[in-house]
Design a protein. Structure first.
Length: 235
């Protein structure tokens, strides 16, 4: 089975349980949604694309009456959930089935903000993905996303994490516990068929993003070294 077919099948199956599990959004996910939201101005009319939208929970948490959304996902079943969930809240959103490994069916220079949470590690060809994102963003657009990263070392970054944990110990504990708790909520039958993941050193990713033309690329640290946010501007 091809990787893209495996991912689609996996998340189609997960859709059976995903909506129920996702109604209680883990602390670390809620935290990242707030970090994304505070980097998007509230008063303008923005077109926002959510890559790997799942059941639409990021869109729901970002929603303002002056925003319009497009959610992209490889899973038809997840997109059906997203459409139902956003309709309940009268959110101006449309949804597109697509594989992030291939050509993304959005017009060039059409999107103000591209956001994502815990999706890009499923994409093998990172250069193709971020080149496509760069082309889709408007000239003054921005990319904001969080994802998981493993097996990297950076003493300066690790010191930032240590200080953050030291300053907010209660939040740090809730954050880390919520990551572990979410893993244990994944149904056993899905753990056995989890698709391949393609993790990259986040500092190498930053170099790639800047190489492709992005400006002002910042890493957003969390309470857990493995979970990192990025914000980058097209100009």
């Amino acid at each position: 089975m091809k990787q893209e077919d495996n991912i689609e099948s996996y998340f189609d199956k997960w859709a059976r349980d995903f909506n129920t599990l996702s109604n209680i959004i883990p602390y670390y996910v809620r935290w990242s949604f707030k970090e994304i939201a505070k980097r998007i101005p509230k008063d303008n009319n923005y077109q926002i694309a959510d890559f790997g939208t799942g059941n639409g929970r990021l869109i729901i948490n970002l929603n303002r009456k002056n925003y319009s959304f497009v959610g992209l996902d490889v899973s038809s079943e997840q997109l059906n959930l997203a459409a139902l969930n956003t309709k309940e809240d009268n959110i101006n959103a449309e949804f597109v089935k697509t594989n992030l490994e291939g050509r993304i069916p959005l017009e060039k220079n059409s999107i103000d903000y591209i956001v994502s949470n815990a999706a890009f590690h499923h994409v093998k060809n990172k250069e193709n993905l971020f080149r496509s994102i760069f082309e889709i963003l408007k000239s003054d657009g921005s990319l904001i996303f969080f994802d998981f990263y493993f097996d990297f070392e950076n003493k300066e970054y690790e010191e930032k994490i240590r200080l953050l944990n030291e300053k907010y110990p209660s939040s740090a504990k809730k954050f880390k516990n919520s990551i572990e708790k979410e893993y244990h909520l994944i149904p056993f039958y899905l753990k056995e068929t989890h698709p391949e993941e393609f993790h990259i050193d986040p500092f190498e990713l930053k170099k790639l993003i800047m190489y492709l033309g992005f400006k002002n690329c910042e890493l957003i640290p969390s309470f857990d070294k493995r979970y990192i946010g990025f914000k980058a501007d097209k100009k």
